[in-house]
Write a protein that binds this ligand. Structure first.
Ligand code: C2E
Ligand code: MG
Ligand code: MG
Ligand code: MG
Length: 282
């Protein structure tokens, strides 16, 4: 690129930068349009306990693009965060989980401790109206906060510890529960963990992937034991094989989630899976 600049040490016009910004702006406006068109929705991935009973599901956002097909969240979440669109996406997912809970409750097909998890990004959690918008949505649908788990990441626990702990306590006092997603990848200070109202650790898929090696297995065992010692529930994500599931159950895992059981499913397909699953277990 320096050749094109003609040897100047600085330039007001950097073609590479411009392209990136342009791309981001185009994408930003596509996301805005897609929000207006309601092209986003939540899919639901079942979670099961060691006995194979359904204990909950994780809501995962999907962009159903009219021409490009399904776009995964990793491709748009960070852009949505940068451009202040994450709140609208969160509202869509929150409404979808409330609708699903309403549906399950109306057909009395909801296990007593059943919960839906929702992923909360850093900027969402830091937004001043976060707690209020959570509460007002669930109130509007008549959903109990105890049905909703908020998945946050370890890195959120390493800044502003006192303030974060206070904010989490206020939210958890309302009945919501917290889960630490992708646990083990964030290099958090383990000695701080007890300072937060955390109910659950989710072992990152990368560790589950490596469970068949002795070193991978020992990491998984360590996280399971840590959770037990701290009186937390422990979930394994990304369980793809029977072998992994068996090992995890032998080690005392509380909840399993992964393609081995079910992929994230659209609303109606989740309902079908749920009722079939309940019927099979009676
Ligand atoms: P995550 O919360 O750690 O979600 C787990 C990801 O692993 C999901 O990818 C899920 O579809 C995938 N997965 C589950 N089981 C398996 C398996 O057995 N094998 C494989 N290969 N993958 C599996 P997804 O849906 O693409 O989401 C990626 C990430 O995007 C999520 O990671 C989460 O961090 C973020 N995300 C998703 N939905 C939302 C949302 O509504 N809001 C926010 N802020 N972030 C979201
Ligand atoms: Mg998650
Ligand atoms: Mg995860
Ligand atoms: Mg993950």
């Amino acid at each position: 690129n320096s050749k094109r600049k003609g040897g100047n040490s600085y330039s007001y016009y950097d073609p590479k930068q411009q392209t990136l910004l342009e791309r981001q702006l185009t994408f930003e406006s596509e996301i805005s349009t897609a929000i207006e068109n309601r092209d986003f929705c939540a899919f639901f991935q079942p979670q099961l306990n060691g006995n194979g009973e359904v204990t909950g599901a994780e809501a995962l956002i999907r962009w159903i693009h009219p021409t490009k097909g399904m776009i995964p969240p990793d491709e748009f979440i960070s852009i949505a965060e940068q451009f202040g669109l994450i709140q609208s996406l969160q509202d869509i997912v929150l409404e979808d989980i409330c609708k699903l809970l309403m549906e399950l409750e109306s057909t009395s097909s909801i296990p007593a401790d059943f919960k839906l998890s929702i992923n909360i990004s850093h900027s969402q959690f830091r937004a001043s109206n976060f707690k209020q918008s959570l509460e007002s949505t669930i109130d509007q649908f008549g959903i109990a906060a105890s049905r909703v788990t908020l998945e946050i990441t370890e890195s959120m626990l390493s800044h502003d510890i006192a303030k974060t702990a206070q904010q989490m306590t206020e939210i958890s006092d309302k009945g919501f529960t917290f889960s630490i997603d992708d646990f083990g990848t964030g290099y958090s200070n383990l000695s701080n963990l007890h300072a937060f109202p955390v109910h659950e650790l989710k072992i990152d898929k990368s560790f589950v992937d490596r469970m068949l090696d002795p070193s991978g297995l020992s990491i998984v065992e360590t996280i399971i034991n840590l959770a037990k010692n701290l009186n937390m529930k422990v979930v394994a994500e990304g369980v793809e094989s029977d072998k992994q599931a068996t090992l995890l159950k032998e080690r005392g895992i509380d909840v399993l989630q992964g393609y081995h059981f079910a992929k994230p499913l659209p609303f109606d397909e989740y309902l079908k899976w749920h009722s079939t699953h309940l019927a099979q277990r009676q």
